[in-house]
Design a protein around this ligand. Structure first.
Ligand code: BTN
Length: 256
């Protein structure tokens, strides 16, 4: 049974046995109905799950957490929208930390990784008009009980692959709603420095020498992640001490 201790996130839960995508569904319901902030759409199976960069999000029926959450972050100027990415990534990380003793990291911009493998992905779709983020559909896919993944996926993992134990996706959704509310309220009450610091401290590869590939040229360089700027650009430092900022898709992490 789904039970939250939150005040608004997850108070309205729309549970579907199957849907194209919880994010597409929530987007269309939000344009026709008066859904409250914090409404959650949850499903056991998506026929057209959406990932970042136009990718497909695959998930075996009934095994994982697939949910989208409706937020109205009108208080956040669009130029600071990356703070919402940070808050959501931290909430997903906070949730996974509850179930695992291993370190759980945020791979910039907002993937969650354990043991150098991806356990969760986040897709944020903001509706911006003029200078306001009117709504944000926060789509979260968290691998729970799936242990066999399609070959095309890069290094996936799940709670069961790591622990050998099964978990209830709905129970984990309730925990996720709690942490989302905590992090969202931090953002709303302008505890921005805390969010930035927590994000930076949990960033995969920070202060560690790593290899990166520049997407446009194919150039490979050795550098160190130093953090993320206020727009969400990744800051790397190369061996000459020169710092560079990167947008999404401009750079790829290579496995050591
Ligand atoms: C990624 O590519 O890392 C982001 C994946 C986001 C997947 C989730 S699953 C629930 C929600 N509905 C979708 O269609 N996508 C998101």
């Amino acid at each position: 049974m789904f039970k939250t201790n939150t005040t608004f996130i997850g108070k309205v839960l729309i549970e579907l046995s199957e849907v194209d995508s919880t994010s597409t569904y929530l987007q269309s319901r939000n344009s026709t109905d008066n859904l409250p902030e914090g409404a959650v759409v949850y499903t056991a199976f998506q026929t057209k799950g959406k990932g970042q960069r136009g990718n497909v999000w695959e998930s075996e029926k009934g095994k994982n957490l697939l949910a989208s959450i409706l937020l109205f972050p009108k208080f956040l100027p669009p130029k600071y929208s990356f703070l919402l990415n940070m808050a959501v990534a931290l909430a997903v990380r906070d949730t996974i930390v509850k179930y695992l003793p291993e370190p759980v990291s945020i791979k910039w911009p907002n993937d969650i990784w354990v043991n150098e493998r991806k356990i969760a992905g986040i897709l944020l779709q903001n509706a911006i008009t003029m200078s306001t983020i009117n709504s944000s559909i926060v789509g979260i896919g968290l691998n729970i009980n799936q242990t066999v993944f399609s070959e095309s996926l890069k290094e996936p993992t799940s709670l069961k692959s790591i622990t050998g134990k099964e978990f209830s996706p709905l129970d984990i959704l309730a925990v996720l709603c709690h942490y989302l509310e905590v992090r969202y309220l931090e953002l709303r009450s302008e505890k921005v420095e805390k969010i930035r610091l927590d994000y930076k401290n949990n960033l995969l590869g920070r202060n560690v020498q790593r290899l990166f590939k520049v997407t446009s040229t194919g150039e490979i360089f050795s550098g160190i992640i130093r953090g993320v700027n206020s727009e969400g650009l990744l800051i790397t430092e190369d061996s000459n001490g020169s710092k560079k900022r990167w947008r999404m898709k401009e750079i790829e992490f290579l496995r050591e």
